[in-house]
Write a protein that binds this ligand. Structure first.
Ligand code: APR
Length: 235
């Protein structure tokens, strides 16, 4: 189908083969850390040092990982659809930068990104690739102590929801890749897409929580499934 508009939602599973831990697997991030301590505004207010340390480790780990075939394939899809007059909207829940490093030009990081800091005082954002601490000052208002990782924590509103909803309303196909479907609002995109009559496809290692809502599910590792599917779409 030419001029296709596709919205893709990715989750931790797309980066698993690059060596980044998923959240809900045995030994995953949330088995080893209390969400309340490291991924809520309350946790940050209580112990900013601990929260910075948690994200410093994740940020430093980015330097040791590389995009995998799934990231490269999605960048190829973006370019290929554009050539055919279509459009890819790539929405990720991931806070790594592997889609960009795999060549994707436009990525919506609905849960924020590790390489950015956010000033809790003036809301200025800036690229920050090194360790952060409570002593960090905002690059714009110079207030010290309120700079935080630019990550959407539990209880906060994900970024760019209006853009995502618009793109879902305008798309032909919604595809979910490597996400367990445990966290809303992202987990509800499939139902939203379905309610608007869109085709829906899931690519995941195992059935997600919302698997029954998809027209089609393909099970397997993203590094294999995604390049295969992209070749089908572009052929
Ligand atoms: N290929 C495809 N899927 C995989 C792979 C793989 N190689 N490895 C794991 N998966 C699947 C798992 O089967 C699981 O369904 O990826 C999914 C990962 O699920 P989660 O760990 O729950 O990660 P995610 O869905 O991205 O979490 C959503 O929850 O804690 C928050 O903010 C955090 O963005 C995150 C959100």
């Amino acid at each position: 189908m030419k001029s296709q508009k596709i919205v893709i939602l990715t989750g931790a599973g797309v980066s698993a083969e690059s060596g980044i831990d998923t959240f809900r697997a045995a030994g995953g991030l949330w088995e080893n850390h209390r969400v309340e301590d490291v991924a809520t505004p309350e946790g940050f207010a209580k112990d900013p040092e601990l929260v910075h340390r948690f994200y410093n480790l994740r940020r430093a780990a980015l330097k040791t990982v590389k995009p995998n075939p799934a990231h490269y394939a999605l960048a190829k899809l973006e370019a290929g659809l554009m050539e055919q007059g279509g459009q890819l909207t790539l929405v990720t829940q991931n806070v790594d930068d592997l889609h960009e490093r795999g060549g994707a030009k436009e990525v919506i990081h609905m849960h924020g990104i590790l390489t950015s800091m956010l000033c809790g005082t003036c809301e200025h954002r800036w690229e920050h690739l090194e360790d952060a601490s409570p002593n960090l000052s905002c690059r714009k208002c110079y207030v010290t102590g309120t700079s935080r990782p630019d990550i959407v924590w539990f209880g906060e509103m994900p970024y760019a929801m209006h853009v995502i909803e618009e793109r879902l309303a305008a798309c032909d196909l919604f595809v979910s890749i490597g996400t367990s479907g445990a966290v809303y609002p992202a987990a509800g995109f499939v139902q939203l897409a379905r309610s608007m009559g869109k085709a829906t496809l899931e690519l995941n290692l195992e059935r997600s929580q919302g698997s029954n809502f998809f027209d089609e599910t393909r099970l397997g590792p993203a590094g294999t499934l995604v390049p295969q599917w992209v070749d089908e779409v572009l052929s």
